[in-house]
Design a protein around this ligand. Structure first.
Ligand code: ZN
Length: 335
């Protein structure tokens, strides 16, 4: 996701605590050699990492410990060609980081820095490595070259090798408070932040993408609710629908289902429509509510939450998990 937020632009307002931690490290000149930034997608981990890299590479840090924006290092980072900054991410058109990429990184980071001793490596996402790549990367972390700082980004830290995780200092990036995210969004893009934040489950950068029309999640949500209705009403096949949905990350699909179930529970409890999160699909949610009683809805929500927690660690086929869950939903409905 590119929002023209360069490493030299302002800090995101919900990153204040994380910055306090890092600036304290810089002040004491004791920076961990590997930092694991973990939290949901769309909270700005990558922007934070780029800005940390800019801070540690800047040769004229300001008193407030922010990059000066003037030195050669800052200029080079602004144009993405800094010789001491390495970004390891899946190559275009692929979804995993491969062993060859890790080998190339290993060669390059052992060379001395061009501007000083410090070199920065950002890995995004560190949980997206093949097993071979992860083992290769572990070797680099076990004997890190002097002066290299690794910033490892993950929205699924449960999938990381425990041996990689144990070599990192972890820094969590939770979903920010709604009011903070909403006022930030309102200052950047027109329209009401409420719907986009509900669609993005509170992740501000994803909400920004939705609101600026980069992601048509509203249409996607309406389509998915219709597909769920077809399964519950007995017209659609759980296997076909799960095949469609398994093209998305399992966590994201489950998060949507949990949010719908929470709203259907609100409908069942006679809460007014404005208390619902998914306001644009109220009609569909009400139709779905007729198929379930409250104890069943609570049970389904618990199951979805459990599946979501397990999905961090499991290697089971996503489509199978979703098909099983859709079969359960259908079996527990009263048609
Ligand atoms: Zn600078």
């Amino acid at each position: 996701m590119n929002f023209n937020l360069s490493p030299l632009s302002d800090d995101l307002p919900w990153h204040e605590k994380q910055w306090q931690v890092l600036r304290a490290c810089v002040t004491k000149d004791r920076f961990p050699h590997a930092l694991l930034l973990h939290g949901p997608m769309g909270v700005g981990k990558r922007i934070f990492a780029q800005r940390v890299a800019a801070t540690l590479l800047c040769s004229q840090l300001t008193d407030s410990i922010t990059p000066c924006g003037q030195c050669q290092s800052c200029h080079l980072l602004g144009t993405s060609v800094h010789p001491d900054f390495f970004l390891l991410e899946p190559e275009e058109g692929t979804s995993t980081i491969k062993i060859d990429q890790v080998r190339m990184l290993a060669e390059r980071v052992t060379l001395t820095g061009q501007f000083g001793d410090r070199r920065m490596v950002v890995v995004d996402p560190v949980d997206g490595m093949t097993l071979g790549a992860a083992n290769g990367f572990l070797k680099i972390l076990e004997e890190p070259p002097a002066g290299v700082v690794f910033l490892l980004l993950s929205s699924r830290p449960g999938r990381l090798l425990a041996t990689i995780k144990s070599r990192c200092v972890t820094l969590p990036f939770p979903i920010p408070p709604d009011n903070l995210a909403a006022s930030w969004l309102a200052s950047r893009v027109e329209g009401s932040p409420e719907v986009s934040l509900s669609l993005s489950l509170g992740a501000p950068l994803q909400a920004l993408a939705i609101q600026s029309g980069q992601e048509d999640l509203i249409a996607l949500r309406q389509k998915m609710i219709k597909e769920l209705y077809s399964v519950v009403s007995g017209n659609g096949s759980p296997v076909n629908v799960s095949n469609l949905w398994s093209k998305m990350a399992l966590m994201d699909v489950l998060a949507k289902i949990i949010s719908w179930l929470a709203d259907i529970i609100r409908v069942k409890m006679y809460l007014p429509d404005e208390k619902l999160i998914n306001k644009d699909v109220v009609g569909e949610l009400k139709s779905l509510s007729r198929f379930f009683d409250l104890p069943t809805l609570f049970r389904l929500r618990d199951t979805a939450q459990q599946l979501s927690a397990d999905s961090q660690a499991t290697n089971l086929n996503q489509a199978t998990i979703l098909a099983d869950f859709l079969c359960t939903i259908r079996a527990l409905s009263s048609r």
